[in-house]
Design a protein around this ligand. Sequence first.
Ligand SMILES: NC(=O)c1ccc[n+]([C@@H]2O[C@H](COP(=O)([O-])OP(=O)(O)OC[C@H]3O[C@@H](n4cnc5c(N)ncnc54)[C@H](O)[C@@H]3O)[C@@H](O)[C@H]2O)c1
Length: 396
Amino acid sequence: MKISPMIRNNICLNAHPAGCAKDVEEQVLRVLDKMKGTVPAKSPRHALVIGCSSGYGLASRIVAAFGYGASTLGISFEREPAASKTGSPGWYTNRAVDRLAAQRGIAAKSYSVDAFSKEAKRLAIEEARAQGYAYDLVIYSLASPVRVDPETGTMYRSVIKPIGTSYSGTTADPFTGKLAQASVEPASAQEVADTVKVMGGEDWKLWIDALAQAGVLKKGALSVAYSYIGPPLSHPIYKDGTIGKAKENLEHAARSLNIHYADLDFKAFISINKAVVTRSSAVIPIIPLYISALFKVMKDDGSHEDCLDQMARLFSDRLYLGSGKTVPVDSEGRIRLDELEMRDSVQNKVVELMGKINEENLPLLSDLEGFKADFLRVHGFGIPGVDYQAEVDPLA
Ligand SMILES: NC(=O)c1ccc[n+]([C@@H]2O[C@H](COP(=O)([O-])OP(=O)(O)OC[C@H]3O[C@@H](n4cnc5c(N)ncnc54)[C@H](O)[C@@H]3O)[C@@H](O)[C@H]2O)c1
């Protein structure tokens, strides 16, 4: 079959197998290029990447494996393909990572399994035991709308809503170029609690506890979970909303893990990353318009970064600086990779642009095209060199 993007309400329902593989190949080449001629002062040896198949998790895995030579075990939850239907993008990106790693003699294995389940933890522990290693890096990069509690079997849903008052803001549809007002009613107390249950730190702690109890968390291991703060204009829907509450809980989890596993010399970090286009960020009201304006400003001043640039910097300039050097953090103990996005010079221009944007000048004042291109790329579409007219077997 020929595969072209099927998009509904900023969600892409399919993926292109060859395009997803090409995207991974290009990210691998980029990281090899970034690392050319450098000998890292310190490296992870065995990385576990939870949420490994797209966005920040995929980029983290590519940097760990191809930039630093670490073995990687990737955990993500994918939709399998059928003869007439493609799998999720991650189904194909995981296969590409495993294949490219094998070609270079780097150990890499991917499991499609619900990361919130006991089964996922069991698989990661068994793999470490079978290979005779312990994880020295655990990346926690899940973005999920639902979580089934592994003890009770109850399913919880996360929502992206403001707390206390309703929110309305302008949002852009990258595929029609239309602007619309998005209004979101405030979350109920139950919705706040459920979002914290899904996207907060409970499962991250369960992972670290399971690995430590099984003896497969190496002394001195690092773990990083990702978060976002963003500018004041997004706070009502993000930082001060349901998702922000979950991220606060993630920060609490980092602090309690650090106390609990101090004997293991284990360190848990929250890394505040830059706004980028991923499958998850496209569905948050106002974010597509904000990102389009942000990309315009950051591309114009030469400071634009995508997931791979950010994760390469996380490893080289934060986590693996060399012996005796501590990981640079802010006053709250968080790694900051959003410092370029949050500069006044950038934010003032973004606010100015967002104040002027209307449907006519949208293509000129924003980088909505860049948003659209990145969004398509995440699903394997619009990538130069891929023959989209060719017949493809989704199962191949
Ligand atoms: N996108 C941004 O702009 C941005 C900015 C800063 C921080 N972050 C944070 O980065 C993290 C990753 O987000 P992303 O934007 O890269 O998202 P993404 O949608 O690109 O990736 C999410 C990953 O989680 C996996 N996943 C989801 N549910 C799962 C489950 N039940 N079991 C196993 N795997 C599952 C997906 O398969 C995928 O690999 C999140 O914590 C997010 O808040 C994102």
